[in-house]
Design a protein around this ligand. Structure first.
Ligand code: ADP
Ligand code: MG
Length: 672
């Protein structure tokens, strides 16, 4: 009976065994790259035939009538199992088909009682077919049927087990499918991510391509640049070579220079030593020089004092074109004791007095008037010659002694010519004022080398009818007069100042020229208002000189006054006194008064009187500091060469002589 029961089981087992490798293979699939690409659906499909097969098996098993199979297969398998233990699957249908007719044709008959022991045994097999029991052998048939039923029951049990196994397998397969589904989702996510990455990569690739293009372009530019730089480098290398050569040359020179420098340094050191020695000598010499300078000043002053603190120079102007030539011998200039080479100091004037006659009626012999002065300048004397004599006084002014120079004489005698100069700006005709200032500036410059620094402040005023007017006034004040007053610079101060007058610092000739020009303009304006006022007024040019020797703490200050006095002529007493003449008389009286005051002041000073009448006139008051004490005074008496002016000339000469005699002082004593 066993071979009959095993046949269907073997078939099912065979199916299961066929399916197992598939299941096993499926469990390994997720690891395969190819399976990844196929996706879970395809996996399902791949699994499907297996399932179908399994189902098919199930179907077949269920559709196959167990009884029929058992009925038909039993004898068949009995014979076949030994020869073909594992029949091909194709044979199964045939086996089933063989069973089917049996099931269809054989209707279950009436229940046959089971064959009891002692019944007839089953008939033997004839020609591979189960022998039919005789119809009467119901017991036998029943026995067969029982055997068959038992067989089926066993088979069912086996099939149930198999079914259970298959269901387990199915569950396992489903689990695998869900694992695979999860795997699939993961893979899909991964795929999405990979795609996104790919897209990102694509974009980046695009960007990179653009960047590559750009970089290529830049590379091209850079290459061009590199070429240029290379050329530049070549050029620079060339230049460097040149410079290196130059450097070498320079270094050689430097070495030479260094050598000569060290020589020079040694020389400098020795020179420094020598310089130090010289400096010591120089300092010593400077000291000596200073001592000598002070000695020079002292001696100079002594000399000036010996010459006389008040000196009188007489200057006779030449006869001008258009003027009548005086008779010969009218003016004579006798030579000095040393002959013609000696500068003249004497003048004689011959005057023929027509009122005086001889008894015979013949004209009386002219009266000779002799005058002696410190110096007499005949008509031919030049401005430079005149200045030479007074330059010593200018030096005294720089040395700190007040100096006052007057020009005295009648109108037209050459006072202004002497003080300011001739017309036309001819340098040869320059007067005392520009020459004195030039000399001052140049001597001050020389003294600068000895440590003296000088400063100069100029003022220029006019005294008319006892009123003071600024000749340096500018703008609206030009030509106006009367608003200036002479005042002390401060309470207790000896210095005098003119209120409302300009005091202009000067340092060069050009500035002085400008001031003189301005003064001339101011006089011209006044002249239009008052006829010939300039000759009726005193012009006072004053220069305040201040010197300082900072190194030795020495100071000196003195005024230099250059005065162009008003015409000294007297008013003709025979003239009828009209309104103009009365004015003229007042002017003349004022002039005469101031001039006589000047004479009185000079006399009082020379006589060393306790009271000096400075205040009696504006002129003497203004010149107060330039006249007294150690002041040096020089008076030019200007004389007209004309015979018609003889009377005024005599007056002037007499006044000057008086001054000369009165104040000869020490000089006179030494002269003797
Ligand atoms: P004052 O000022 O005394 O009135 P000026 O100086 O005006 O006299 O002189 C009168 C004229 O005589 C002027 O034309 C001037 O140029 C001339 N004069 C004066 N002195 C001389 C001189 N030494 N040489 C040449 N001309 C002179
Ligand atoms: Mg004049």
């Amino acid at each position: 009976m066993e071979p009959q029961q095993r046949s269907p089981l073997l078939e099912v087992k065979g199916n299961i065994e066929l399916k197992r490798p598939l299941a096993k293979a499926a469990s390994r699939l997720p690891l395969s790259g190819r399976r990844l690409k196929r996706g879970p659906d395809q996996m399902e499909e791949a699994l499907e035939p297996e399932k179908k097969r399994t189902r098919g098996l199930g179907t077949r098993v269920t559709t196959t009538h167990p009884r029929a199979a058992a009925l038909n297969s039993a004898p068949q398998t009995q014979g076949q199992t030994a020869a073909v233990p594992r029949a091909p699957r194709k044979s199964a249908p045939r086996y089933s088909m063989a069973v089917a007719p049996v099931l269809k044709t054989q209707k279950p008959g009436p229940v046959v009682p089971a064959q009891k022991p002692g019944t007839t045994a089953a008939p033997p097999m004839v020609g591979g077919k189960k022998p039919k029991r005789p119809a009467w052998d119901l017991k036998g048939q029943l026995c067969d049927l029982n055997a068959e039923l038992k067989c089926y029951r066993e088979r069912k049990q086996v099939l149930d087990q198999e079914n259970q196994q298959l269901q387990d397998q199915l569950r396992e397969a489903k689990q695998q499918a869900s694992v695979l589904g999860a795997e699939r989702r993961t893979l899909e996510e991964e795929l999405t991510r990979v795609r996104a990455q790919a897209e990102q990569g694509q974009r980046e690739l695009g960007n990179l391509s653009a960047r590559v293009l750009e970089l290529e372009e830049r590379l091209g530019t850079q290459e061009g640049l590199v070429q240029e730089l290379q050329q530049e480098q070549l050029r620079l290398q060339e230049e460097r070579r040149g410079l290196a050569a130059q450097l070498g040359e320079q270094e050689r020179r430097l070495q030479t220079s260094e050598a000569s420098l060290s020589d020079s340094q040694a020389e400098v050191a020795s020179l420094r030593q020598a310089a130090a020695a010289r400096e010591a000598v120089l300092a010593e010499r400077e000291d000596r020089l200073h001592g000598l300078e002070m000695e020079r000043r002292r001696l100079h002053n002594q000399l000036q004092e010996l010459k006389g603190n008040i000196r009188v120079f007489c200057r006779v102007r030449p006869v001008l074109p258009g003027e009548s030539t005086p008779s010969p011998g009218f003016l004579q200039f006798p030579s000095g004791p040393c002959g013609p080479s000696d500068p003249p100091t004497r003048l004689s004037l011959s005057r023929s007095d027509e009122r005086r006659g001889t008894l015979s009626g013949a004209p009386a012999a002219p009266t000779r008037h002799d005058f002696s002065f410190d110096r007499v300048f005949p008509p031919g004397s030049g401005q430079d010659e005149v200045f030479e004599e007074i330059s010593m006084l200018v030096q005294s002014a720089l040395d700190g002694y007040p100096v006052c120079i007057f020009a005295y004489g009648q109108t037209g005698s050459g006072k202004t010519f002497t003080m300011e100069g001739g017309p036309g700006g001819d340098p040869r005709l320059e007067g005392l004022i520009p020459r004195a200032l030039r000399h001052l500036f140049s001597v001050a410059q020389e003294l600068r080398g000895q440590g003296w620094t000088y400063s100069f402040v100029a003022s220029y005023v006019e005294i008319y009818n006892e009123t003071v007017r600024d000749l340096l006034a500018t703008g609206a004040r030009k030509g106006q007069g009367g608003e200036c007053e002479i005042r002390r610079a401060g309470p207790g101060s000896e210095e005098l100042t003119v209120t409302n007058a300009r005091y202009v610092p000067v340092s060069c000739e050009r500035e002085v020229e400008a001031l003189l020009h301005l003064a001339r303009q101011n006089r011209a304006v006044a002249r239009t208002a008052q006829n010939e006022r300039s000759s009726r007024s005193h012009s006072v040019f004053q220069l305040q000189i201040s010197g300082e020797h900072a190194g030795r703490g020495l100071q000196c200050a003195a005024p230099l006054s250059l005065v162009d006095l008003a015409g000294s002529e007297r008013l003709d007493p025979g003239l009828a006194l009209g309104p103009g003449e009365r004015e003229r008389l007042r002017e003349t009286q004022a002039i005469n008064s101031s001039l006589s005051t000047l004479g009185l002041v000079i006399m009082a000073l020379s006589n060393k009187e306790s009271h000096v009448p400075y205040r009696n006139s504006k002129l003497t008051y203004l010149l107060q500091n330039s006249l007294g004490g150690s002041a040096k005074m020089l008076m030019f008496v200007n004389i007209s060469p004309l015979e018609e002016n003889v009377s005024e000339s005599l007056n002037s000469l007499r006044f000057a002589s008086k001054v000369n005699q009165c104040v000869i002082g020490t000089a006179q004593a030494n002269k003797k």
